[in-house]
Design a protein around this ligand. Structure first.
Ligand SMILES: Cc1cc2nc3c(=O)[nH]c(=O)nc-3n(C[C@H](O)[C@H](O)[C@H](O)COP(=O)(O)O)c2cc1C
Length: 187
């Protein structure tokens, strides 16, 4: 079989599987994974605020440190939100490792909603480039990403600590995430 044909067949098969599994789920509550890596607790606190607001907005949220989740478990969710501290302007190696392992399921996260958040020590310390590094991987998976015309445009950021500005943006992002999930799922 020619390579191109094989690729098209595999994509068709995956799309069909997703279609059936979502149909079977029917009106089941949407499930969102909130995954983070955190050494000092700032990114973890952001994850807690985001998961809390996801639940208040009407979806289920499972919060996990990146060490507690396998790449295969990503397939169980309608939405995936990933947070990382800024390490030299990009995601922490632990988050990169999970994303690299997700190659085993390449194509199977197509159409899933994604978002990212980050914390850094300094203003202009690389929060946005860190978020974009995570979103790049999500886009390559075929995931759906929504920006924001107000507030933190790329995803919520903390500078040094989770202050009121940061918490408001975590909650706003979570509310918009669930709103988009509901919109996509209703079609
Ligand atoms: C290896 C390493 C690299 C870092 N690089 C940056 C950086 O480029 N810019 C920045 O503002 N902060 C940087 N920081 C600080 C962390 O991003 C910041 O303290 C973050 O909030 C830590 O998150 P956590 O409390 O969830 O571990 C770095 C910290 C470490 C340990």
């Amino acid at each position: 079989m020619a390579k191109g044909v094989e690729f098209e067949d595999k994509c068709g098969e995956i799309a069909l599987k997703q279609c059936f599994s979502r149909k079977l789920q029917g009106d089941a509550k949407m499930k969102v994974a909130v995954i983070y890596y955190s050494r000092g607790g700032t990114t973890k606190r952001m994850a807690e605020v985001i998961a809390d607001e996801i639940k208040k907005s009407g979806a289920d949220a499972d919060i996990s440190s990146v060490s507690e989740i396998e790449a295969s478990q990503l397939l169980e969710y309608d939405g995936i939100i990933i947070g990382s501290p800024t390490y030299y302007g990009t995601m922490a190696a632990q988050i990169k490792e999970l994303l690299d392992k997700s190659v085993a399921f390449h194509g199977e996260l197509d159409g899933i909603i994604g978002a990212a958040f980050s914390s850094a020590a300094n203003l202009a310390g690389g929060n946005e480039t860190t978020i974009l590094s995570i979103l790049q991987a999500m886009l390559i998976h075929g995931m759906i990403i929504q920006g924001d015309f107000q507030g933190d445009h790329y995803g919520a950021v903390a500078v040094g600590k989770v202050d009121k500005r940061c918490e408001d943006n975590c909650r706003r992002g979570a509310q918009r995430f669930v709103k988009l999930l509901k919109k996509v799922k209703s079609h």
